[in-house]
Design a protein around this ligand. Structure first.
Ligand code: ZN
Length: 359
């Protein structure tokens, strides 16, 4: 309240705001923590995965007990944040952000924070931000490097009411596809799971993203840094690139030409290889609302050791082995989504899913 630009009025605006934190990994943890402490009224915490021991080096909302319990990250983050600031409304969502789920999750928020680890979903967020007129704060970190950019999409293709953050056409900025028209092919980019990431570089990027979000939510567009921040703790350079010449571009497939191919992607389910982890995610078709976790847990029982928690079923198969002879394990969520650990091949994952859970 003491800070110029915030004050009692800014604090009240924060209290009335909702932010979608897309991904509760390292960046998502940092952003959600900062926003909860700043008094943002509601946080929608979305993550498809569970806490693992190897996350703790950088994912600052989680602890050993949560990793040992295999708690879903969205739930674990909400547990922690409820202790930090009990006045924040927390909405944990254990789902895969996709064209079938983004409507419900992003449709009513005031800003979107990118805490993702993959480009396909990042482009989906960009589509949603342009289509619905919601500011998006992009962030990424890997190795010793990080990037951050606030995106205020051009309103020419906007449909829907948008959130509380308003800006003029002159204040709009290049979207992700103005800068990078297509996402890199799968496997082309290093990830935190393949090359690692230094915890502090994540903290820097998450702090920049949080600062952008707090300024946007309190209407301080004039002092928003619209440049792309590129941080490299290897050569110790902080670079700030003016990207205003890149857009909003009339030739941009998204904010220029109005193609929303990621948003309109078929919600037909599929598989995702979780890079560097020897794990494959299988997503069934539909929104998962009719999936009966209890019934499936009963059916799985004879086939290995499985335990059912409030949020999921996890365990390992007695007869299904990895290439090195270890039992293949599974995490199965309430929306029907499964992560199969110990395999890399999508076909095998689909086959196991079909055999034990049903397609
Ligand atoms: Zn664009």
């Amino acid at each position: 309240m003491l800070l110029p630009g915030f004050g009692a009025e800014g604090q009240a605006r924060l209290a009335q705001s909702t932010v979608l934190v897309a991904g509760c990994g390292a960046l998502g943890c940092g952003i959600a923590d900062a926003l909860a402490r700043a008094g943002v009224g509601r946080l929608v915490l979305v993550d498809r995965d569970v806490v693992e021991l190897t996350n703790l080096q950088r994912q600052t909302l989680f602890d050993h007990a949560q990793a040992n319990a295999g708690l879903p990250k969205a739930v674990a983050a909400a547990e922690r944040l409820a202790l930090v600031n009990p006045e924040v409304a927390l909405q944990p969502e254990i789902v895969d952000l996709g064209s079938g789920t983004i409507d419900r999750l992003a449709g009513t928020v005031d800003a979107i924070a990118d805490g993702l680890d993959n480009f396909e979903t990042r482009y989906l967020l960009n589509d949603a931000a342009v289509r619905w007129g919601i500011p998006l704060v992009y962030g990424g970190a890997v190795g010793l490097t990080g990037m951050c950019l606030p995106i205020l999409p051009h309103p020419r293709h906007r449909r829907g009411p948008g959130g509380s953050v308003r800006w003029t056409e002159a204040e709009s900025s290049p979207c992700l596809r103005c800068l990078f028209p297509e996402p890199p092919p799968p496997g082309a980019s290093p990830t935190c799971d393949t090359v690692g990431v230094l915890g502090p570089v994540v903290a820097i990027v998450a702090a920049l993203q949080s600062a952008h979000l707090l300024k946007l939510l309190t209407g301080q567009h004039a002092t928003l840094d619209r440049r792309m921040a590129c941080i490299d703790l290897g050569d110790n350079e902080f670079r700030f690139m003016d990207v205003s010449s890149a857009g909003p571009s009339e030739e941009c497939p998204c904010c220029g030409l109005g193609e929303f191919s990621f948003l309109e992607g078929l919600a037909g389910g599929g598989t995702t290889t979780l890079c560097g982890r020897s794990a494959v995610q299988v997503t069934p078709a539909g929104d998962g609302a009719s999936f009966d976790l209890a019934a499936v847990a009963d059916r799985l029982q004879p086939h290995g050791r499985f335990e059912r928690t409030r949020f999921m079923v996890r365990g390992s198969f007695a007869q299904e082995r990895t290439a090195t002879g270890q039992p293949i394990s599974i995490s199965l969520f309430g929306d029907g989504r499964a992560i199969l650990h110990g395999i890399d091949e999508a076909e095998r994952a689909r086959a196991l899913y079909a055999r034990y859970i049903g397609s």
